[in-house]
Design a protein around this ligand. Structure first.
Ligand SMILES: Cc1cc2nc3c(=O)[nH]c(=O)nc-3n(C[C@H](O)[C@H](O)[C@H](O)COP(=O)(O)OP(=O)(O)OC[C@H]3O[C@@H](n4cnc5c(N)ncnc54)[C@H](O)[C@@H]3O)c2cc1C
Length: 387
């Protein structure tokens, strides 16, 4: 079985889905509402599970070339600079850090010319037993299946699951930035009520994020960089320096939200993928990684069903059965981690536990197979001839 899919959304999840479909011999049309396809935002890390999924998509080499090893999970500090755990020189790390644009670009390069249509905001969907019609202002198109990869405020989800609650504000807010600063190894500094993350990224830059508690969403400041700098003025070097070195316009302020678990990611011939299905708090660094996993599993289910002579609906049901437990457990864990790492009440207990943990045990937990989420192995995608 091969066919044609419409992917709604050209973020990391949507592009990963298009690359995966191409691998198995399908055709895809990616509809993106933005007039120009570019990933804005700051940086991110990818763990071994997502890196294996990228290998399966055929872009593992490009990911290894674009990513920078980061020791964020190995260097845990307190705001006064003391280390709770410290990576040794020469230690390996399985985490790679990226500028979001670099990860987005390497996936885009795997999408054939002519598959992407920008400036197209999907507003409607109709499906019957033979296919799905997708509607936008001024046009429509039909395909064998539709993948809703349109992010946390997904239109596809709203159209097909109208009763679903909106994203939930998690009582936390974050400032993010990219500064010219080479040679930083990556670290997390755990304060009472918030943490500061540093990842080295390509071309001698560092990505930073400060995540802290907030009573309500949408509180914004006239000078966001100055506000972040004020809050972190007494924290250890290089934190104040990094903020100072960040261009004002490169500081982003966002509120942290996630989705309550959905009862299903699939309805007929439509499947949700990535943040549209399971937007999660960023505290495990897994949101985009899970969307790349989704793409591989969905393509594997389609090719497996083809081998069995089955129908698209069956493949999507298999995708749903496989992905929902893992992604929802990851989202639950991320939500709980976020509460723990930013709660002033939990701070002393958490930092004491980390300090008392033998270094060897801590290091074991951050090896490639050190935790259950990172241990995941992708299904093998049968690569179609010429792909
Ligand atoms: C502070 C922070 C840090 C993070 N750090 C990490 C990390 O370290 N590692 C990690 O793996 N993840 C991380 N994440 C999560 C990650 O950013 C998301 O999970 C990921 O970007 C989701 O990708 P997506 O393609 O599903 O959705 P999106 O990136 O939201 O893409 C959706 C796309 O759909 C388009 N669209 C929306 N509606 C329509 C429509 N109606 N029609 C057509 N197009 C539409 C949008 O324009 C957009 O291009 C972090 C998130 C945050 C907030």
């Amino acid at each position: 079985m091969s066919g044609h899919a419409i992917v709604v959304g050209g973020g990391i999840g949507g592009l990963a889905a298009a690359v995966a479909l191409r691998r198995i011999g399908w055709r895809a049309t990616v509809l993106e509402r933005a007039g120009e396809l570019r990933e804005i935002g700051a940086g991110m890390s990818q763990a071994p599970n997502a890196l294996r999924a990228l290998e399966e998509l055929g872009v593992g080499g490009q990911a290894r070339a674009a990513g920078v090893p980061t020791f964020s999970a190995g260097n845990l500090r307190l705001p006064d600079g003391r280390y709770l755990q410290r990576a040794r020189p020469g230690d390996p790390t399985p985490l790679l850090a990226f500028h979001r644009a670099d990860l987005h670009k390497l996936l885009l390069e795997g999408v054939p010319d002519g598959w992407l249509r920008t400036g197209t905001e999907v507003t409607g969907l109709r499906q019957d037993e033979r296919g799905v019609t997708v509607v936008w202002d001024g046009g429509e198109a039909r395909a064998d299946l539709v993948i809703g990869a349109d992010g946390i405020r997904s239109t596809v989800r709203r159209l097909l699951w109208p009763g679903t609650p909106p994203p939930r504000f998690l009582g936390r807010t974050a400032w993010l930035g990219i500064a010219p600063a080479g040679g930083l190894p990556g670290s997390i500094t755990m304060g009472s009520g918030g943490y500061f993350l540093i990842h080295p990224i390509s071309r001698g830059r560092a990505y930073w994020a400060y995540v802290t508690t907030a009573d309500r969403p949408e509180v914004r400041y006239e000078k966001e960089k100055a506000e972040a700098a004020r809050r972190l003025a007494a924290w250890h070097e290089p934190i104040p320096e990094l903020i100072a070195a960040t261009p004002d316009e490169a500081v982003i302020h966002i509120d942290i939200c996630d989705l309550d678990p959905l009862p299903s990611y699939v309805r007929g011939r439509v499947a949700l993928l990535g943040d549209a299905a399971h937007a999660m708090s960023p505290d495990r660094g897994q949101g985009a990684g899970q969307s790349i996993e989704d793409a591989v599993v969905l393509a594997a289910a389609l090719s497996g069903e083809a081998a069995a002579g089955g129908a698209i609906e069956g493949a999507l049901r298999r995708y749903d059965t496989e992905r929902r437990p893992r992604t929802q457990a990851t989202a639950r864990g991320a939500r709980a981690d976020g509460r723990r790492t930013t709660s002033p009440a939990a701070h002393r207990v958490l930092t004491t536990m980390i300090r008392l943990m033998p270094a060897a045990l801590w290091r074991q937990g951050i090896t490639a197979d050190g935790n259950a989420t990172w241990r995941w192995q992708p299904p093998h995608l049968p690569v179609a001839p010429g792909r």
